[in-house]
Design a protein around this ligand. Sequence first.
Ligand SMILES: Cc1cc2nc3c(=O)[nH]c(=O)nc-3n(C[C@H](O)[C@H](O)[C@H](O)COP(=O)(O)OP(=O)(O)OC[C@H]3O[C@@H](n4cnc5c(N)ncnc54)[C@H](O)[C@@H]3O)c2cc1C
Length: 484
Amino acid sequence: MRRALIAVSSVCDLPLAYVSIYPDTNANIAVRNARLTGVRPLRGPCHGDLYDVTAQPESWWRASAPALPRRQPLAGETRAEVAIIGCGFAGLSCALTLAQRGVDAVALDAGAVGWGASGRNGGIVGLSSDKLDMAARIARVGEAEARRLTETMVEGARRLRAFCAAQGVETQGDAEVIVAPDRRAFAALRAEAEAARWGVTAQLLSREAYAERGFIGPQQHGALRIRPGFALHPLMLTAALARAAEAAGARLHPFSEALRWRREGADHLLETARGVLRAKKVVLATNGFTPDALHPAFAARAMPVLSMIGVTRPLSDEALSRHAWAEESPLTNTRRMLYYWRMLPQRRLLFGMRGDLSGSRASAPRWRARLAAHLARAYPAWRDIPLDFYWRGPICATRAMAPAVGRLADDASVFHAFGWHGSGVNGAQVAGRLLAGVIAGAPDATIPALWRGLPPRIPLPGLRPLWLGATLAAYRAADAWDAR
Ligand SMILES: Cc1cc2nc3c(=O)[nH]c(=O)nc-3n(C[C@H](O)[C@H](O)[C@H](O)COP(=O)(O)OP(=O)(O)OC[C@H]3O[C@@H](n4cnc5c(N)ncnc54)[C@H](O)[C@@H]3O)c2cc1C
């Protein structure tokens, strides 16, 4: 059995130390760091390296944003009305809104503020929050609720743009562009364009028309420009949310992982390495880092899926002209194993994709090379432009194919927001705001029906890397079939 697992691991790049049927004998770097620094690493189904909160992702965002102010870890006993676990977009927007309403909120993060996906994503602001198409959304929650969700996301994008403008967060473009990588995909875009409504506008452009306004390349067979949409600097946004939350009265504590969560009468007690946070209500906003062991209600609900980003060296005018590049807005394609990309204001191409199952430091060079190869296939004239930055992080899938936002059915003082399926820049903030409203007294039904409740648990959760590997293999096969 052990040999078979090792063989599977070497082919599929699986983090065997985190497959529960295999004993965790690998003393990984995160654990070693923890011994040296006293900061305990998070644990989850990806390789331990990914949960090393002492290591910052070497991202373009970190290289191009001002350093975060120093904040103190939680120490001693602290009281709050609401404790928030996770200082990403969801946790920070919840803390900000609560503080603006005069509710005393304290937010903890295992790493630095924004250490999770919020500080290292592609910065694409779109209108999706799930993995369902409109027909499936309507089938699940009805047309009125599907419409309310769309309108909520449209309003979220508008508010986010206004917040960025007010806070000096770098933004770009006026749409989210979906590119058809082959002729068949263009037909699907046509159907999507015809279905656009409820505050969404869509402009369909043929391959030739988009060549004039976007770019040319072997994987450009037309495009759909969806509005509202834009791109932003995610780490600047995280910093701005944190600043605004603190200015409104919220308290934030980095390097304060909630290690244990217990009840004492009506109080929740969150224990960290050096402190205890006592609160009447708790919001879990941990997305792809959601720990299985912290609270039984959340065990095996989240499926972390790694997403990788490379950023090239700046492109010259001549290099840009080789693909007739003119697009300022962010782009994705229609593949299941999708690419997402954008030309940064500094004329560096940011290119993202999925597929790494491990997240180990050892796997990084291999995946960096694969990402460069995918980029070269999409933009052959840029194949020699080197990548200056490469990093990755987990997005969060669920079995419901939709986010899980709301409060527990059997404990009205526990709230949650996770499961953004790789599109949480807009949605996670909307959710944080809506949860704060519910905590302050708004009805639970203000949360869109598609998001409410918990998804089914993942069976044999220790085998998540295997389930994910099989799913991604099926996605690749389906993409290849579509592109034939
Ligand atoms: C590489 C990449 C690219 C992406 N690109 C895009 C994009 O272009 N557009 C888009 O819409 N979305 C994108 N996403 C997804 C988006 O970043 C996320 O959906 C969003 O940031 C989720 O925010 P969050 O606050 O829910 O979670 P996170 O930002 O991940 O925050 C969760 C936090 O919880 C903390 N935590 C976990 N457990 C504990 C604990 N026990 N105690 C204390 N703290 C804890 C973690 O340290 C982490 O900081 C991308 C994601 C990745 C990884």
